[in-house]
Design a protein around this ligand. Structure first.
Ligand code: GAP
Length: 443
């Protein structure tokens, strides 16, 4: 998929109601996006599948929904106040800002040879300075230093500070995990590529607490699990690969980390990470809070601070992977079509109901079928325009099944079901439709 297809995807996302730019009528807010009627369903389907596989299908993982706002000391203990920074340079001439390692910069920022990638001036780039990526706000009515709190840059810390609460209330034993889905915020210097890197995004994170000696084994276990889960979303295996972090890439909390990368139209990039965070976070929270966070293994009488294996995925970035992977331009019966070949389980709409014409009892029967189906799935009713155009619209929305009610339907109560991908049409009794679709979309 060449790069300009990214523009086509952005345009389709807007046209069909997947993703809109935030505050668009005011000119938009940089790298913040809103999910429209279809986008919210797609992202919800991804999050629900993640939650099901992590929390419902496993006995050893509990769910959590911690608040976005946390005690400011959390971010000192976690190392984010000191270490969650990017090196930033300014152009004194055009006032643009860049990451110091922006590949477009020629020369060394701060030196006379350095050239601004936007205005082209030489010697106008400042020496790099560290810029903290956390958004700050104030708690309470007075805007003073003592009232500063942060918008969380990762959901993980909400899990660590609740580790004891969950352990005690759920009666779990190490090894066990805590999973959470929620918003995170980063004041990224160079956001972009649509919903790939944004300033407000959602994470699906799971922290698995283990005995230090078994951390390596669990790390490999979760790497395998996560890849299998992603393949279950229908993402083509050849478009994903592992990238192990080198020493210079590791986050301040990790001793080992692997990214799962996807081949986006703009290159290979990370969309999920598996990290061995050791006892870094719990140890630091124990030290800063003064609250003991160690664990007593009652079978061996060992006392230790658990190590943490983290799986960290972006819900928005996973949605972008799913959209990129599903996007196809094809020729069908001499006509071009754009189709999103989404896995039926992820598709925002499972089926669309079309009366062939708006007369001869077809609209009435279509409405009855539509009302019946929507008690089970998210379905769409469309009686506008030629049947071909209606199919095309649903192809772009990624709807796996098109149900047409025609002249025969009013006589024998059967309908045609068109498969989005194979384009084959089969006749199905109206009474069998729910079962027919259910069977195809479960997975
Ligand atoms: N708790 C570990 C952590 O936050 P990370 O690699 O910084 O690790 C994990 O982020 C995932 O969160 C990324 O793989 C990506 O999917 C998502 N993510 C991070 N920053 C993002 C951003 N600015 N916009 C969208 N998604 C982002």
């Amino acid at each position: 998929m060449p790069e300009n297809l990214m523009d086509k995807l952005v345009s389709l996302a807007k046209r069909r109601g997947f993703v809109f730019q935030s505050s668009e009528i005011y000119g938009g807010l940089g790298s913040v996006w809103d999910y429209g009627p279809l986008g919210v369903e797609l992202k919800k389907n991804i999050k629900e599948r993640w939650w099901r596989s992590m929390v419902h299908e496993r006995e050893d993982i509990e769910g959590l929904d911690a608040a976005i706002l946390m005690h400011p000391k959390v971010w000192e203990a976690s190392g984010h106040v000191a270490g969650f920074t990017d090196p930033l340079v300014d152009c004194k001439h055009c006032k643009n800002r860049f990451r110091a390692d922006d590949p477009r910069i020629k020369g060394t920022p701060g030196q006379p040879d350095a050239q601004c990638p936007v205005c082209g001036m030489k010697g106008t780039l400042t020496a790099p300075r560290q810029f903290n990526l956390m958004f700050k706000t104030f708690m309470g009515p007075v805007e003073e230093d003592a009232a500063v709190i942060f918008m969380r840059p990762e959901t993980a810390q909400g899990i660590y500070v609740n580790y004891l609460n969950v352990l005690q209330s759920s009666r779990q034993k190490v090894p066990f995990g805590i999973a959470q889905i929620g918003k995170a915020f980063r004041n990224e210097i160079t956001p972009g590529n649509f919903i790939f890197r944004t300033r407000e995004f959602e994470q699906m994170e799971m922290q698995f607490f283990v005995k230090p000696a078994s951390a390596g084994e669990w790390f490999e276990f979760w790497r395998a699990e996560r890849l299998t889960w992603l393949q279950g979303l229908g993402i083509r295996p050849e478009k994903m690969r592992w990238h192990q972090h080198g020493k210079d890439e590791l986050a301040h909390y990790a001793t080992d980390a692997y990214d799962i990368e996807y081949e986006f139209p703009f290159g290979w990039h990370e969309f999920e990470g598996i990290h061995n965070r050791t006892d870094f976070d719990l140890k630091n929270h124990q030290q800063h809070s003064g609250k003991k966070l160690d664990y007593l293994d009652t079978t061996t009488n060992e006392r230790f601070i658990p190590y943490v294996i983290e799986t960290s995925a972006g819900a928005d970035r996973t949605a972008l992977v799913v959209l990129c992977d599903a996007y196809r331009e094809e020729e069908v019966q001499g006509e071009q079509r754009v189709v999103l070949k989404l896995a039926p389980a992820l598709a925002p709409l499972k089926a669309a109901v079309f009366p062939l014409v708006n007369k001869d009892g077809m609209p009435e029967l279509s409405r009855t079928i539509f009302d019946d189906l929507r008690r089970h799935f998210n379905v769409f009713y469309d009686d506008g325009g030629s049947i071909g155009r209606r199919y095309r619209r649903q192809d772009e929305a990624g709807t796996p099944f098109g149900i047409t009610i025609d002249g025969q339907s009013t006589e024998d109560q059967t309908v045609t079901v068109r498969d989005r991908d194979t384009l084959q049409q089969v006749r199905v009794a109206a009474t069998q439709l729910v079962g027919y679709i259910k069977e195809k979309i479960t997975g």
